[in-house]
Design a protein around this ligand. Sequence first.
Ligand code: PLP
Length: 391
Amino acid sequence: MSASDHHGMSTRAIHAERASDPHGCPHVPIYDTTTFVFPTTQALTDVSEGRRRGGLYTRYGMNPTLFALEDSLASLEHAPAALSFGSGMAAISALLLAHGRQGVVCLGEVYGGTLGFLTEQLPELGYATYRLLGDETERLEALLEEGVGLVYIETPSNPTLALTDIARLAELAHRHGALLAVDNTFATPINQQPLALGADIVVHSATKYLGGHSDLTAGAMMGPEALLAKVVPWRTNLGTAPSPQVASMLSRSLRTLAVRVAQHNASALAIAEAMHDHPRVRRVCYPGLPSHPGHALARAQMRGFGGMLTLDLDADGAGAARVAERLTLFLLAPSLGGVESLVTQPITTTHVDLSPDERARRGIGDGMLRLSVGLEDVDDLIADLRQALAE
Ligand code: PLP
């Protein structure tokens, strides 16, 4: 059996890659090789000219370990095809380079590296890029009317977990002949499937939930063959396919994605509810709480609310930093999506480059702490937060 369209997410995660292995291994081994040997020139050109899928050269992404990973990635996002990368930024930069020629408009908050690429590197190469606040839909329409070709979003976005309506935006972009790309890192395909909602391309930092153990760096892109085909030469010539070793580790992680994400969701919701009435917490940003401005939309377009939440403390920057330092189970580290809980202060990490005015416009407070809720026992995590807030 291999995974097919009617199967659920865990079945897909466990069985999708089996279709790729000719020797019947339940998981595809690491093809620890840079190149592949052919009996004849005809056999080589069948692969190099695309008549048969096979190993050719690992930097091209043409290695069975990567094919197995990409089969799983595509299956999880219900996508026709997927490409794997050496990092999330490798996937995002390749996407923007390949599909951003007619201009890129980024709506709402995006990851700092993405923002840097959009505002610094892409303009240096002559790409027109625009950055709008999440509610600037009129400006978005004007840009689309002028012919901008790619709309790029993250939902939920960092750090306020703001939501964007994927179906509405896809319809708007398509009406103007543009594409919609979604960074689905925070939600994961378990909680949200942008392609089914009308988006054209999905990207992930697989370093986060897809990898899930803070021990690998990788990226992913899912979408129709024709759109990914434009990205392939960028990945090939920038040399950003993952190594077979990393691809194998990521394949292994994907098999437990659904159970891990279910627990991340449950624990984050329990923490959000426990912190909601805490006297030192002004606001809990979590899409699963009815008080979150995006709650109704989250219920409509997500199946789970995710493992990320932000506490807006009744504290200044230094006070919030002291709380972060008193935590013992939430580790102070700038990442997310692993089995261990992490805490970061947006003003000193993800949003350090924004001016205080810019931060205020985007609702990012000095007293905010962003939590990536891990898989520890949730009662221990809540107790850790309570003791850190008590002093
Ligand atoms: N997208 C999001 C939402 C992220 O949080 C990150 C990294 O934190 C990235 C993309 C970039 O991923 P990577 O560090 O794997 O390049």
